[in-house]
Design a protein around this ligand. Structure first.
Ligand code: Q9C
Ligand code: ZN
Length: 361
């Protein structure tokens, strides 16, 4: 038997400057869970495990981002920090909006004018107080997209599997809204690229982050060519609260192509594997011709500081094997996971399982 080729791990150091982050949680200011150390730990663990090769992403520019997000959102991400500095901010603390423009604010009054300074518009494009911006945020968000697109390219060019170590994550970012530590929806941008430029007709996305990927769901809600399946903590008790119920199934051409699997607290591998097998059946029934796009989160881990599910490190190998056993080529993109001391081992377990599943399947 010949050695399998190393799996490409796309990563960029641009994320290191998306740092010094704080979030507002339940009235308190705390260090942001979404830290640079997370990605550094994954990178180290994969290098230590062997069989992985770190690669720099290619730069794809704003065009593939604008295929998914409104220019109004991109403008805010690109200019909020520099406009705040130009208006006299000293740059010593992150930008977090304090005023949110809900649909209920405008009622029948749309369109309302917005301030021309991007930092003053931020609250019209953001849904929570957990998504701070600093000087390095825009470049990090762009690099995370480049990481995702580079991984998608690698698989289209023939690799069975590629991993994009995206940071910041992406699945909470919607067409014209950031939040949940996410600015640009890396996985959605990769999926849309597979459709438009990869020459594929049907793309399946599997989201196994602890949280519902509200952004991804919104982006493909009415799309007949993209299946979105998500396993996550039941929004009846967990962030983002306003989406991810099983009753949400898409609309129009996308009717039935959004599938949500809300999970109870303390779900361990048994319950998780049942939901996963239903989701994988839905993927198989959709019959995608494109590589599978996986939004991978390790906030389902038993000791995750913001999750309440009960998966263990070895369980990620099982989950990887189940997904890998499906057969299609796979683009794995990192989303959440905040137990920094375990996130590296969890990534090694998941990707190792995925490789085994592919070889066995
Ligand atoms: N009490 C990702 O995992 N804070 N984003 C939730 C609930 C925001 C998670 C607080 C969590 C965002 C990519
Ligand atoms: Zn998450």
């Amino acid at each position: 038997m010949s050695q399998p080729p190393p799996v490409a791990v796309y990563r960029s150091n641009a994320h290191l400057a998306h740092a010094g982050l704080v979030e507002l949680l339940a009235g308190r200011q705390i260090p942001c869970y979404e830290s640079p150390e997370r990605a550094v730990a994954i990178e180290r663990a994969l290098l230590g495990a062997g069989g992985y090769e770190l690669r720099e992403p290619q730069a794809f520019g704003l065009e593939p981002i604008l295929a998914v997000h409104d220019r109004t959102l991109v403008d805010v991400v690109e200019h909020a920090w520099t406009d705040a500095l130009a208006a006299g901010a000293d740059g010593s603390h992150p930008l977090i909006p304090d005023t949110f423009k809900l649909a209920a604010y405008s009622g029948p009054m749309e369109p309302l004018a917005l301030p021309s300074a991007a930092h003053l518009r931020l609250g019209a494009f953001c849904f929570d107080t957990a998504t701070p911006m600093v000087a390095g945020t825009a470049a990090a968000a762009r690099a995370a997209v480049d990481v995702a697109l580079s991984a998608a390219h690698a698989v289209v060019d023939g690799a069975a599997l590629a991993y994009g170590l995206c940071r910041p994550p992406g699945h909470h970012a919607a067409r014209a809204m950031l939040g949940g530590y996410c600015f640009y929806n890396n996985a959605a941008i990769a999926a849309e690229w597979l459709r438009r430029d990869g020459g594929f007709a049907r793309v399946a996305m599997l989201d196994i982050d602890y949280h519902h990927g509200n952004g991804t769901q919104q982006l493909f809600w009415e799309r007949g060519d993209v299946l979105y399946c998500s396993l996550h903590a039941d929004p009846a008790r967990a962030y983002p609260y306003f989406s991810g119920f099983a009753s949400e199934r898409g609309a129009g051409a996308g009717e039935g192509l959004t599938r949500n699997f809300p999970l109870p607290a303390d779900t361990s591998l048994d319950g998780y594997a049942d939901a996963l097998s239903e989701a994988l059946d839905a993927v198989a029934a959709f019959d995608p011709d494109a590589p599978l796009v996986v939004s991978l989160g390790f906030d389902t881990f038993e000791r995750d500081p913001i999750g309440d599910l009960a998966l263990r490190t070895a369980d990620y190998a099982e989950i990887g094997r189940a997904i890998g056993g499906m057969g299609p080529r796979t683009v794995v993109l990192q989303e959440g996971g905040y137990a920094v001391d375990a996130i590296g081992a969890n990534a090694v377990a998941f990707l190792g399982g995925l490789r085994e599943g592919r070889e066995a399947g």
